[in-house]
Design a protein around this ligand. Structure first.
Ligand code: ADP
Ligand code: MG
Length: 322
C-alpha cells in the first residue's frame, strides 16, 4: 500500500514547467506564486463529491479531467489566464490503478493550459476532490456577472443540453442509440473549458458566466446581479449533436435548463457583433446569438417566430434538488 507521501511524490509532484510564475511548487508548507506585475489574481474553488457530482466507480481518467475542467471553466467565465491550482483529495484507498489514470487525466488537461499543480492536501475518506485554481487578469478586465447592459446581445458558445441528455439516459428517463449515448456522455464526462474564448472576449463582452447548472438559472445570475432582464429565443439555442435528434419539447427544455455543459453565456454590445465573431473564430469555437438584455427585470422566452413561450424554468440546486 502506498503511503501518503509516496502517493504525493509519485502522482502529484512534477518539476514546474512555468518556472517564472511558480517560485515554489509541491513539497513545502506553502507554494509560492508570482503573478505578472500589475495583474490581479482570479481565484475559484470547485468540489466534486462521489454520489453527488459523479457516479461511484466513475472512470478515473475522465474524473481527473472533469474536476480540473470545471475549475478552468470558472477562469474562462472571468476571462482570466490560468496559472496554477491546488488539489485537496480525500480517498478511500491509495490504489495505483485509480491514482495513475486520475492524475494523468488531470495533468494532461493542466498541461494543455499551462496550469501548474502547486500543492494540496491528501487524506483518507469518502472520495472527494476539491480544486482551487488561480488565474490572472488585468484590473478592470474581468468579465463579471454584474456588468451586463441594456441592449447587449446574449451569446452562447458551443452547444447545450447533451450532458443533460446523457444524465436522462443514465437515469433511464429515456433511451438513446449507442452513438447518441457516446456523444452525449462524452459531453458530460469530458467537458472542454472555453479558456481561449474567455480570454479573447476581454474588452468585447460585458458580462459572462459558465453554464454549469443550466442556462436559465445561470443567465438568471447575470440578470439578477446586473439588475436587468432579458428575452431569450429558445429555438435559437444551439443544441448538442445528440439532443438535436430529439423531439422539440425535449430540445427546448434540456437546452434551457440542462446543466454540466460548461459553455460560456456572455453579453456584449450589439456594436461588437463582428468582434464577438472574430474572437470566437480565433478561439476555435462557434458562438450563437440567442437573445437580448433589457431593462425590464425577469427572463422572457420566445419561439423562433417571436411568440411568447411558457416553459418550466429550473436550475440545479444541491439543497432544493433531490
Ligand atoms: P501539511 O503538513 O502542511 O499539510 P502535507 O504533508 O499535507 O503538508 O503535504 C506535503 C506537501 O505536498 C505540501 O507541499 C502539499 O501542498 C503537497 N500536497 C499534499 N497533497 C497534495 C495533492 N493531492 N496534490 C498536490 N500536492 C499535494
Ligand atoms: Mg496536509
Amino acid at each position: 500500500m502506498l503511503s501518503e507521501f509516496d502517493l504525493i511524490a509519485r502522482y502529484f509532484t512534477r518539476s514546474p514547467r512555468e518556472a517564472g510564475r511558480i517560485a515554489l511548487g509541491v513539497g513545502d508548507d506553502c507554494a509560492l506564486l508570482s503573478p505578472s506585475p500589475g495583474m490581479q489574481l482570479a481565484i475559484s474553488s470547485d468540489m466534486l463529491v462521489e454520489g453527488r457530482h459523479f457516479f461511484a466507480h466513475a472512470d478515473a481518467r475522465k474524473l481527473g479531467h472533469k474536476c480540473l475542467a470545471v475549475n478552468l471553466s470558472d477562469l474562462a467565465a472571468m476571462g482570466a489566464t490560468p496559472l496554477a491550482f491546488t488539489l485537496a483529495l480525500a480517498l478511500p484507498q491509495a490504489r495505483d490503478e485509480w491514482l495513475e489514470p486520475f492524475s494523468q487525466g488531470m495533468l494532461a488537461l493542466a498541461d494543455r493550459y499551462g496550469c501548474e499543480l502547486i500543492g494540496g492536501d491528501t487524506t483518507k475518506g469518502p472520495l472527494n476532490i476539491c480544486i482551487t485554481i488561480f488565474g490572472e487578469i488585468a484590473p478592470g478586465a474581468a468579465l463579471r456577472r454584474d456588468r451586463a447592459q441594456v441592449g447587449d446581445d446574449i451569446w452562447i458558445s458551443g452547444t447545450l443540453g447533451d450532458a443533460r441528455l446523457a444524465l436522462a439516459a443514465y437515469r433511464k428517463e429515456l433511451e438513446l442509440d449507442p452513438v447518441a449515448l457516446e456523444t452525449a456522455s462524452e459531453r458530460m464526462h469530458r467537458p472542454t473549458p472555453r479558456v481561449e474564448l474567455g480570454i479573447a472576449l476581454r474588452g468585447i463582452a460585458h458580462a459572462a458566466i459558465d453554464v454549469s447548472d443550466g442556462l436559465s438559472g445561470d443567465l438568471g445570475h447575470i440578470l439578477e446581479q446586473s439588475g436587468l432582464g432579458a428575452t431569450l429565443d429558445v429555438d435559437a439555442l444551439p443544441v448538442g449533436a445528440a439532443l438535436a435528434q430529439q423531439p422539440q419539447d425535449l430540445k427546448r427544455r434540456f437546452a434551457l435548463n440542462g446543466g454540466d455543459d460548461y459553455e460560456l453565456c456572455f453579453s456584449a454590445p450589439s456594436a461588437k457583433h463582428s468582434a464577438v465573431l472574430a474572437a470566437a473564430r480565433s478561439a476555435g469555437i462557434a458562438v450563437t446569438r440567442v437573445g437580448v438584455i433589457e431593462a425590464e427585470q425577469g427572463l422572457r422566452l420566445t419561439d423562433a417566430g417571436g411568440a411568447p413561450l411558457q416553459l418550466p424554468l429550473s436550475s440545479f440546486d444541491h439543497f432544493a434538488s433531490p
